[in-house]
Design a binder for this molecule. Structure first.
Ligand SMILES: [Fe+2]
Ligand SMILES: [Fe+2]
Length: 223
C-alpha cells in the first residue's frame, strides 16, 4: 500500500530542508522536493492520502464483517477515533477555518458556490460519522445491527470519495492557478499555527501508529 506523510512532515520538511530524518517521520515516503516549500495543495494532498488510507481501512473492516469474520468493537472505535481526529479535525478544520475563507474572495468570488457546497459536505461527513459511531455501539446486537454498520460505513466512504474527487479535480487546480507563491506560503504557515498544539502533543504520531496497527489487524482477515 502506498505510504504517505501527514502534513506535519511537510511542515517539518520546511524547517530541516527535505525530510532528512526525524522522529516525526511517521510515514515512509517523502515526496517533497529538496529545498522547495510545498504548495498549499501539496499539503492538502498529503492529508487526503491519509484520509483515503482510512477509507480503505474502513472498507476492509466492513467487508470482513460482511464475510462473518470477527471484527472487534475496539477496531471500529479506533477507526472512528482516527477519522474524527484526522479527517474531521486536522484536515477539514484547516479548510473550513483558513483555506475556504481566504479563497472566497479570489478570482472575483468565482468559486463561492463550490466552496459553500464543500463546506456543507464537511457537515454531512461529520453527521455520517456520528451515525456510524451509533451503529458501532450496537455491534453485539446481531446480524441486523452489523448490516447497519456496513451500510453506514459504505455511505460515508461514498460521500467522501465524491468530496475528494471534487477537491482534487476542480478545487486544487483552480487554487494552483489563482494563488501567488506568497499566498501559498502564508496559508501553509497558518495551517502550521493551527496544528501547533497537536504537533507538540504528538497527536500525529499517535494516529500514525493507530493506522499501522489497524492495517495489520485487518490484514489478518481474508480477502
Ligand atoms: Fe479536503
Ligand atoms: Fe474538504
Amino acid at each position: 500500500m502506498k505510504k504517505i506523510f501527514v502534513s506535519v512532515v511537510v511542515v517539518f520538511c520546511l524547517s530541516i530542508s527535505a525530510c532528512a530524518s526525524s522522529k516525526y517521520r511517521v510515514y515512509q515516503e517523502c515526496k517533497h522536493t529538496e529545498g522547495a516549500a510545498p504548495s498549499i495543495t501539496e499539503v492538502l494532498h498529503y492529508d487526503l492520502d491519509v484520509v483515503k488510507r482510512m477509507m480503505h481501512i474502513l472498507e476492509r473492516a466492513s467487508s470482513c464483517l460482511e464475510k462473518n469474520e470477527s471484527v472487534s468493537k475496539e477496531i471500529f472505535d479506533d477507526i472512528i477515533e482516527v477519522i474524527s481526529g484526522f479527517s474531521d479535525k486536522h484536515h477539514q478544520e484547516k479548510e473550513d477555518k483558513v483555506l475556504f475563507p481566504a479563497l472566497k474572495v479570489k478570482d472575483g468570488g468565482k468559486k463561492k458556490d463550490l466552496l459553500g457546497r464543500l463546506l456543507m459536505e464537511h457537515v454531512s461527513a461529520r453527521d455520517e460519522i456520528r451515525n456510524l459511531a451509533k451503529a458501532i455501539n450496537n455491534i453485539h446486537h446481531g446480524k441486523k445491527a452489523q448490516k447497519k454498520i456496513i451500510k453506514e460505513a459504505r455511505s460515508y466512504i461514498k460521500h467522501m470519495e465524491k468530496h475528494i474527487e471534487m477537491e482534487e479535480k476542480i478545487l486544487f487546480p483552480w487554487i494552483n492557478r489563482v494563488l501567488t507563491p506568497d499566498e501559498h506560503i502564508m496559508l501553509t504557515k497558518k495551517f502550521e499555527d493551527m496544528e501547533r498544539e497537536d504537533i507538540d502533543a504528538g497527536v500525529h504520531e499517535k494516529y500514525s501508529a493507530m493506522i499501522e496497527r489497524l492495517e495489520q489487524q485487518l490484514g489478518l482477515c481474508s480477502e
